[in-house]
Design a protein. Sequence first.
Length: 309
Amino acid sequence: MLGLSEERLAPANGIELAYQEIGDPGGEAILLIMGLATQMLAWEESFCAMLAERGFRVIRFDNRDIGHSTKIESAGLPKRTDMLLGRRRTAPYLLRDMADDTTALMDHLEIDAAHLVGASMGGMIGQTVAIRRPERVRSLVSMMSSTGNRWLGLPAWKAFGTLFARPGAGRDAAIEHSVRTFRTIGSPGYPMDEARFRALAAASYDRSHSRAGIARQLHAITASGDRTSALSKVRLPVTVLHGSSDPLIRPVAGRATASAIPNARLRVIEGMGHDLPEALWPTFADEIAANAIRAGKRIKPHPNAKQPA
């Protein structure tokens, strides 16, 4: 199997972003943008290799305020009321700043335009790049995400609590909190491999842990507003993937995203929640490759690839 490069830091938009690559350096670039409170490690190496085998130059990275990327520590911990009400004036940054981080990373890597794949908050960031800098985006896959309309796809009550739950102090408590969260929001049709998930949660905690950074990311989401009108002007290949059983960003939000973007393709995956089950990785890879083909990408044939439904 192809292996990830060593981790590097890139200057981007006045901060530094940690990133890794895998695949043909001369291949078309694909940037994997992760969601709230989640490091690039969640784009697991085997999944990245699936995309690299299709001829992509695959780049995964930590968003600001997570992992080894810059923490905006001077902003402190936002107030819960400000986050809930989406008060823009108190947000230290918005999704548009995180979108500009993404294009700045592309500048550093000398990438004119890339395929973007974003999960949850990462989908929101990818949408924002497509709105602000469409010439930098060859195609977009928005996964388990939303348009930013706060009244569509509101979390189920059990999932809402995971956004504001406070883990206890220390490593073990943080790992247990992660496990509890994904038991709540994960895929009922694809049971969690708990041992594997615990290992990922432990690796993430050992790498970096910032409760204030996670809160600032959440504030960026709530303060960034509704993208529905702006998405109607997006003119590039877009696929929207969403789980039928997602309790955190419910399926109606995925449908609204696809409806907002002209000619977007929607696939609702039965039994999927708000996570990336290993059993679905081939499905994700096939959908990403098919969307890139719509942009004119010549994909290497994969022996196990299936035509997206």
